[in-house]
Design a protein around this ligand. Structure first.
Ligand SMILES: [Zn+2]
Length: 133
């Protein structure tokens, strides 16, 4: 993926993260000072520490989305953004534009969603489970 596109997606993801975190700070008073500001260089660590408490005030869906957003930001940093986390193929720009935090290509997403019906969040390591079948 080109740098310019990557930067665009990062911006989208950071905005999404901000709005999700803002939601939590409305309800989590003490978390107000801990919201990550411009923290793109330490997203993974900082977020794991700080969001644990915030997350409690989010709905499952929001919590889920925030995690996906954080993961996507980490992938941008690591240079793997845009690759399907299951099969390694390119997710595709079109899909990323619709869902910037997409983890999987369309095909793998379908598999993942089918799995999710049986067992809800989290879907981490779902690839292993699929392979075992
Ligand atoms: Zn895939």
């Amino acid at each position: 993926m080109r740098k310019r596109e990557l930067a665009k997606f990062r911006k989208l993801l950071e905005e999404k993260r901000r709005s999700l975190l803002q939601k939590t700070t409305r309800t989590a008073e003490e978390g107000r000072g801990a919201v990550i500001e411009g923290g793109e260089d330490y997203v993974d660590d900082a977020v794991t520490h700080y969001t644990r408490e915030f997350l409690l005030s989010l709905s499952d869906l929001e919590r889920r989305q925030l995690m996906l957003v954080e993961e996507a930001l980490v992938r941008i940093r690591e240079g793997t953004y845009g690759e399907c986390q299951m099969c390694g193929e390119d997710i595709g720009l079109k899909r990323l534009q619709a869902v910037p935090w997409a983890r999987y290509c369309v095909h793998c997403q379908e598999l993942a969603e089918r799995e999710e019906l049986a067992q809800s969040f989290p879907v981490r390591d779902i690839a292993d489970e699929v392979e075992e079948e």
